[in-house]
Each structure stands twice: as structure tokens, then as C-alpha cells.
Design a binder for this molecule. Structure first.
Ligand SMILES: Nc1ncnc2c1ncn2[C@@H]1O[C@H](COP(=O)(O)OP(=O)(O)OP(=O)(O)O)[C@@H](O)[C@H]1O
Ligand SMILES: C[C@@](O)(CCO)CC(=O)[O-]
Length: 425
């Protein structure tokens, strides 16, 4: 069977959680917004049609499987549109894991696991051999949802290859807050990818990476669907995003919090309840028709309180505390860790009145400490696709080109969603 439309690229954004990380896993609401930093997945024909190959340059991972060796007998009815179940199918997990032996690096193992689980679930045996090349402008394992953005890229590409959804048609200017069925399908399958990547996700990261924009998100009890409320009038916030560059794994941090919750259920229950109420207060403040200085000042206080509660959960890190200490010393605003913590990124919600020179001084202090600051916009576009509908684009969409991109700017300037005519679901 010929693959539809190869070469093509899918792309999805990372996210910043403003309030409610970790408590989101315990069915509390959280607020997050899509970033302009994104992951890109290129799908091309494999020169060897019997192989499925991965070129995951950002994590130094090249790998191939022989299609015929994969456990196709475990696949549910190949003629039906696949429906994600609540839990990962244990037989498929077992079947897939036999093809991951020998992968020792945890980043590579988890990426290959998510890839293979989704591929086997969503694509058919008859699909021709393909190469999947990933490049991202997001830091990996830094709290900005790199795992969710790659899950969404994979789920959308496999949904296209499996012919379960249509190619997207919306230009950026046509995107509405309405959810298309295709978008919901991608969201649901990317959640399964997130489960492979970090065990017990709340679903907030993949929801933001799929739908874009800014949302309040709340996971519900098992069979009840999560609630995602778009925040259309999301205020423009003066924010500094800083990466400690201290690596950590979300799965480990979520697991540590889970142990605390079972050891001290009453105490932890109160902390999670406090996180819930501060997230709701933040939501009400941000949706005020006049997001004035008094609202902004309260929002900053809530940032400080949220960070304190995350410290109590044990998910901060000396490097994150350093970011907080530097910004407190210069009195520029309030700082909290974002994402799973344990390293990774922090956000500083700046006061409007802070002079530019002070921010420049702070950035200098961060850079001296080997931290990296990002200029990024919040509330960006969700999952999109680029097809090679003319010769010039087709020429760009090669594995060699993708592998050679030297930095974020080169990726964005060559194939980025602000550079070429992408379409969205
Ligand atoms: N560009 C990429 N190429 C290949 N694999 C990637 C890429 N980006 C992310 N991954 C996969 O996602 C994993 C990172 O997931 P993790 O949940 O630990 O971090 P995160 O998503 O960046 O942070 P958070 O969940 O706190 O937002 C990596 O181990 C890797 O398997
Ligand atoms: C730590 C966490 O709350 C956010 C990770 O970005 C985990 C999750 O919600 O899946």
C-alpha cells in the first residue's frame, strides 16, 4: 500500500504550566499555555522498504526495525479505526518491549517505546517502509512538555498514515476554539504516547500540544473525560522563562510525589487542595475584563505560593532555588518552577514596572550561572502539518536537511510554522 502524501511533516508545541503541575495528576485543575517552541517530525520513504527507521538526532538515536519482525499478531482488528483504551494494552506492551532490548539510554528507550507502541496501535502491517526524523526547538526533559509534543507529532503522523483522519485544512488565521473530531483523535492517542513516556500523565501536556492556546485543564475519574476550558482572553503576561539545564525525568518526579501521597495522605491532601484553590483563584483573576495592576500583583503572589507548595512536594532543586533567589534579590517579580521540576525550567512573572536594564542584569546573572533564558510567546498554535505540495518544499523535506539543522533558529527559519504555509486540524 502506498503511504499517503510522503514526505510530510507534523509539528506540535511545548507548553508552560502556570499553575497546578503535579496536583493535575490528582484530578485538580491546572492552567497551561502553548509555547512557540515546537517539535517537528518528518516522514519520508525508506530507501529499504522492509525497514522502519528512526532518526532522533536531538537524543543521538538512529535505529531500524524490520517491519516483518514486529508483533503484528497482537494488533486488534486492522480494518477498524483504533480506539485508545484507558490503559496501555499489556500484551502489546509486552510484545513491543521485546523489540527494545539493547536500548540502554533511558531517553532513547522511552522514545522508542512510545514510537513503537503508537505505530503498532495506529498503522497497518502493509504500510511501506518509512523513515521518521525528529527535530525539536524545545529543551528535552526541562519541564516544557517535550514528551507531549513528540507524542502529538507521532500520533498525528500515524493517524494520517493509518488513514484515520484527513489532512488538515485550516490556515493559522482560520483556527477556532472548536474541537474537530480529528483533533480529539490525535489528543486521545498522544495521551497513550505520554503514558509510555512517563507512566501517569494527567493529560494536560498533550491537550495543550494538540489544541494550542491556553487552557484550564482538569483530569476526571477514570472513565469520565477530562475537562479542557479554553481561555480565550488569556492576558499577555510579562514572563521570563529560564532553563537550569539540570536534567531530570518527569516519570521519576511524578513517582516521588505519588510515594509521598501514599505515605502522608492527609497532609498531602491539604497541599493538593491548596494547589486547587490557588489555581481557581488565578483563573478568575486572569479572566477579569480588566487585568489591572491589582490583579497582576495577586497573580504574582499566587505564583509565589504555588512554588512554596511545590517545594513542600519535594520537586524543587537548588538550581531552581537559585533562579528564585536571583530574581528575588533584584525584586523583579515572582518565580516558580514549571513542569515536573527537579531541575528543568522556572518562570518569573515580571512586574510591568521593572526597567529593561534590571531584566538584562538578571539574564546576565542567569547566564553566568550557566542557565539559559528563552524568548517565547504563549498561547500559540496546536498540532499542524506541512505537505510537500510544491517542488521547493519537497526539496527541503529530506532526512539530510533535517539532520543538518544546527540550532533552533535554523529549524524555525527553514521549516518553522512561522516560515512556511502550515495547516492545522
Ligand atoms: N526531540 C526529541 N527527540 C526524541 N525524543 C524526545 C524528544 N523530545 C522529547 N523526547 C522524549 O521525551 C522524553 C522527555 O520527557 P519528560 O517528560 O521527562 O520531559 P518533558 O516532557 O520535557 O518535561 P515535562 O513533562 O516536565 O514537561 C525523553 O526521554 C525522550 O524520550
Ligand atoms: C508534573 C505534571 O503535572 C506536569 C508535567 O509537565 C505531570 C502531568 O500533569 O502529567
Amino acid at each position: 500500500m502506498a503511504s499517503p502524501a510522503v514526505p510530510f511533516v507534523t509539528s506540535a508545541p511545548g507548553k508552560v504550566i502556570l499553575f497546578g503541575e503535579h496536583s493535575a495528576v490528582y484530578n485538580k485543575p491546572a492552567i497551561a499555555a502553548a509555547l512557540s517552541l515546537r517539535t517537528y517530525l518528518l516522514v519520508t520513504k525508506n530507501p529499504d522498504p522492509s525497514l522502519i527507521s528512526l532518526e532522533f538526532k536531538d537524543i543521538g538515536f538512529s535505529h531500524s526495525w524490520k517491519k516483518a519482525d514486529l508483533p503484528w499478531h497482537l494488533k486488534q482488528d486492522a480494518n477498524h479505526k483504533p480506539t485508545p483504551s484507558e490503559e496501555l494494552d499489556p500484551e502489546l506492551v509486552d510484545g513491543v518491549s521485546k523489540h527494545l532490548t539493547g536500548l540502554k539510554d533511558p531517553l532513547q528507550y522511552s522514545a522508542a517505546y512510545a514510537f513503537l507502541f503508537l505505530y503498532m496501535s495506529m498503522c497497518s502491517k502493509g504500510l511501506e517502509g518509512l523513515v521518521f526524523t525528529v527535530r525539536s526547538t524545545l529543551p528535552i526533559g526541562a519541564g516544557l512538555g517535550s514528551s507531549a509534543s513528540i507524542s502529538v507529532c507521532l500520533a498525528s503522523a500515524f493517524a494520517i498514515l493509518g488513514k484515520h483522519i484527513q489532512n488538515p485544512s485550516l490556515k493559522e488565521s482560520d483556527i477556532t476554539a472548536e474541537d474537530s473530531e480529528d483533533c480529539k483523535f490525535i489528543d486521545a492517542w498522544s495521551f497513550m504516547g505520554e503514558k509510555c513516556l512517563h507512566g501517569n500523565p494527567s493529560g494536560i501536556d498533550n491537550a495543550v500540544a494538540t489544541h494550542g492556546g491556553a487552557v484550564m485543564f482538569q483530569r476526571k475519574e477514570s472513565s469520565v473525560p477530562s475537562v479542557r476550558t479554553s481561555m480565550r482572553n488569556f492576558p499577555s503576561l510579562k514572563l521570563l522563562l529560564t532553563n537550569t539545564k539540570v536534567p531530570r525525568r518527569t516519570a521519576t518526579l511524578v513517582g516521588n510525589v505519588s510515594s509521598l501521597v501514599s505515605d502522608y495522605p492527609v497532609t498531602l491532601g491539604s497541599i493538593l487542595d491548596a494547589m486547587e484553590s490557588l489555581t481557581r483563584e488565578a483563573y478568575n483573576l486572569m479572566l477579569r475584563p480588566f487585568f489591572d495592576e491589582s490583579a497582576k500583583s495577586k497573580l504574582r503572589e499566587l505564583v509565589r505560593i504555588n512554588h512554596g507548595l511545590l517545594v513542600a512536594l519535594g520537586v524543587s532543586h537548588p538550581s531552581l532555588e537559585k533562579i528564585k533567589q536571583f530574581s528575588d534579590e533584584l525584586a523583579v517579580g515572582e518565580t516558580k518552577l514549571t513542569g515536573a521540576g527537579g531541575g528543568g525550567c522556572a518562570i518569573t512573572l515580571l512586574k510591568d514596572s521593572v526597567e529593561h536594564s534590571k531584566i538584562a542584569k538578571l539574564v546576565e546573572m542567569f547566564e553566568e550561572a550557566n542557565f539559559e533564558c528563552y524568548e517565547t510567546m504563549l498561547g500559540g498554535k496546536g498540532v499542524g502539518m506541512l505537505v510537500a505540495n510544491d517542488a521547493a518544499i519537497k526539496e527541503l523535506l529530506t532526512v539530510e536537511n533535517f539532520i543538518q539543522f544546527k540550532n533552533r533558529k535554523e529549524i524555525e527559519d527553514t521549516i518553522g510554522t512561522s516560515t512556511l504555509e502550515w495547516r492545522y486540524w
